[in-house]
Ligand binder design. Structure first.
Ligand SMILES: *Cc1c(COP(=O)(O)O)cnc(C)c1O
Length: 432
């Protein structure tokens, strides 16, 4: 066999491949090294006879990641609305557009009309103030943990934070709120017991050394049975500032979650400050939100560590767009009609069976997740598949993460936007 007849001699060279418009464009997005590595792998496959030399460019392109980041997009089919391991709240289209627009240089801290410096993130602060009209002032930091940290640093330096023994909680991944607060040098003054704490317990502990009273919402577990906790209203009567960490970030009451506290109600009931996460039930970017008393918020804003906890322009703009724009995905998932979810599950399962896949529509139970409303079940519907699909779907493109229950892989539709159904079908067919 002559060289010319050997198909391997037709494998295109690296420089020629790099110069192809499609692969040149990929270098603009992914960088030269990543593209070169994909080309080398494709050439190797052609040499091994796995692919035709004519397909080397396509194979290299197919092997390229979609972005220059290792983070892969995932369809959340777990039925857990706010899934910490999957990045919590998915952003709304409005938030994504706003991020895109603000990603260059922008007027985040500049007044275009006067040409002088302006209050950073004023549009976001105005949107938060509109969302919680009874808050005198608002402030945004990196996350809710940062909001608590700032409160401790600015409002209880060398002082005591009065807190119930029933609320000394771990948020997840080993992060404990008591440790966070103590790391500032503040002293925790624990009152009551694990299951019962009364207003009297708090009152007895308050004195000259008190920085503030802290009430923390039990966002990821329930204490039931012989229990007692004073209401925000009772705690608001005490002779010390009251800070309430509501956790999940509802700004106003939601009918589906009657036991989940919201910022407006908690302030009305007598809290001086409320802290919350931006990327749980509010459905926005990771952020820590602070609402409440003007003088206290000013103390927080002016504390030196405020600068270390501040958020970037992308977070500010995404938060504003979440508040001003249409319902974000988390809210849509929360409000989804179970009948419509069942109809979707029926339709998807039927389509999959047409492709010979053992799929059934089943009832399912979704939940808010670590971000709030423990114990609340949101009726839902799922597509049930053989268990082997779980791993294949995880590794697919797009990746789909479901739930394995009693030997079946369940894909809960409450946490998947209806507009993603086609992508879900595509991912399923690819591993069917
Ligand atoms: C989630 C949560 C936190 C931590 O919020 P991050 O935004 O993740 O820092 C603090 N307190 C409560 C009650 C929570 O639910």
């Amino acid at each position: 066999m002559t060289d010319a007849a050997d198909p391997r001699s037709r494998i295109p060279g690296t420089d020629a491949l790099l110069a192809l418009p499609r692969l040149a464009k990929a270098q603009d997005i992914l960088g030269r090294d990543v593209v070169k590595a994909a080309i080398a792998t494709a050439q190797q496959r052609a040499r091994a006879g796995e692919i035709s030399p004519d397909d080397v460019a396509d194979a290299a392109l197919d092997a390229l990641p979609a972005t220059a980041s290792q983070c892969r997009p995932v369809l959340n089919a777990t039925g857990v609305l706010v899934h910490t391991n999957l990045g919590r709240a998915p952003l709304s289209a409005a938030a994504l557009d706003a991020i895109q627009a603000a990603s260059g240089t922008t007027d985040v801290e500049f007044d275009l009309a006067t040409g002088s410096r302006a209050r950073r993130g004023r549009g976001t602060l105005a949107a938060l103030a509109d969302a919680v009209p009874n808050a005198e002032a608002v402030h945004v930091v990196n996350n809710n943990a940062a909001a608590l940290l700032l409160c401790a640093l600015a409002l209880a330096p060398g002082k005591e934070i009065v807190i119930s023994r029933g609320e000394l909680i771990e948020i997840g991944d080993g992060f404990r709120i008591p440790d966070l607060l103590e790391s500032t040098g503040a002293v925790l003054r624990e009152v009551g017991t694990t299951n019962r704490t009364t207003a009297r317990d708090y009152a007895d502990a308050i004195g000259q050394d008190t920085g503030f009273v802290l009430k923390i919402h039990l966002s990821n577990y329930l204490v039931t049975g012989f229990t007692a906790t004073p209401s925000v209203r009772e705690l608001g009567e005490l002779d010390a500032p009251l800070i309430v960490d509501i956790g999940s970030g509802l700004l106003a009451p939601h009918p589906a979650l009657p036991d989940e506290p919201d910022a407006a109600t908690v302030l009305r009931d007598g809290a001086d400050l409320v802290t919350a996460s931006g990327d749980k039930l509010l459905g926005g970017p990771q952020a820590g939100l602070l609402f409440g008393d003007e003088a206290l918020v000013t103390q927080l804003r002016r504390h030196p560590s405020a600068r270390a906890l501040r958020v970037d322009k992308l977070t500010l703009t995404a938060l504003e767009a979440t508040l001003r724009g249409p319902e974000p995905p988390v809210t849509r998932a929360l409000n989804a009609d179970p009948t419509a979810l069942t109809a979707r599950a029926d339709r998807l399962a039927a389509r999959l069976r047409e492709h010979g896949i053992d799929a059934q529509a089943v009832r399912s139970e979704a939940m808010v997740g670590g971000g709030g409303a423990p114990g609340v079940i949101l009726p839902s519907a799922a597509v049930s598949l053989p268990e082997s699909y779980a791993a294949a779907l995880r590794m697919g493109d797009p990746s789909v993460v479901g739930r394995v229950e009693r030997g079946r892989c369940l894909l809960d539709l409450r946490t998947i936007d209806v507009e993603a159904d086609d992508r879900l079908l595509e991912a399923l067919r690819a591993c069917g």
